[in-house]
Design a protein. Sequence first.
Length: 242
Amino acid sequence: MMQSESKIALLIDADNAPSPKIDAILAEVAKYGVANIRRAYGNWKNSNLRGWESCLHDYAIQPIQQFDYTKGKNATDAALIIDAMDLLYTQKLDAFALVSSDCDFTPLVMRILTSGLKVYGFGEKKTPAPFVSACSIFLYLETIDQLADIEASKMSTNERKTPQELKQDTKLMNLLRGAVSSTREDDGWSRLSVIGAHIANQASFESRNYGYAKLSSMFEAIDLFEMRRKDKGVYVKTKKKK
């Protein structure tokens, strides 16, 4: 099945997601497949959700009403999780797209992954690390709608990690070095596209969360790697220590 034909269920926790980002979210989901199912969960009697109400029809998103049965308890989360499990068993889906900054969905993500489906997560930078790490790919909503060419965008320098900050991120560097090493060909070079696929299979990673439009831009910023363009694409190799 081609990627563009993948069927995706888009489930939105309207209580924990900003409606102005829906354009960028749908554009990103479209890169992975078609959002055949689009649902937004919340107590639509709550005035805080008026922003979502105004765009539901424009984007063919089905509102799912969930009353607050108990003060202080989020019934929306439970409703979304129950629906997700129903869809997992009754629909032929290839992936889920979950929009929320709530860590409560981490067990749901892990359960979906065990069924062989991808999970694309979208949330604000306040999203707890367990939820971010559990997703196949997670994108921060603060940077999702930036222009592809970040150098020409209005993204502030504060949102882009400096080369020094990248090198000081031990987890990130181990991930990059490990991917380059594991995908090395006979001549010692690793194809960038293969590196990206290897990383995606290993961890939830997206270069845009660090302020870089492409993985190649991140490698270029870190002066610990050599890069070379060949007929089949871009290749990467770890620089030898002097």
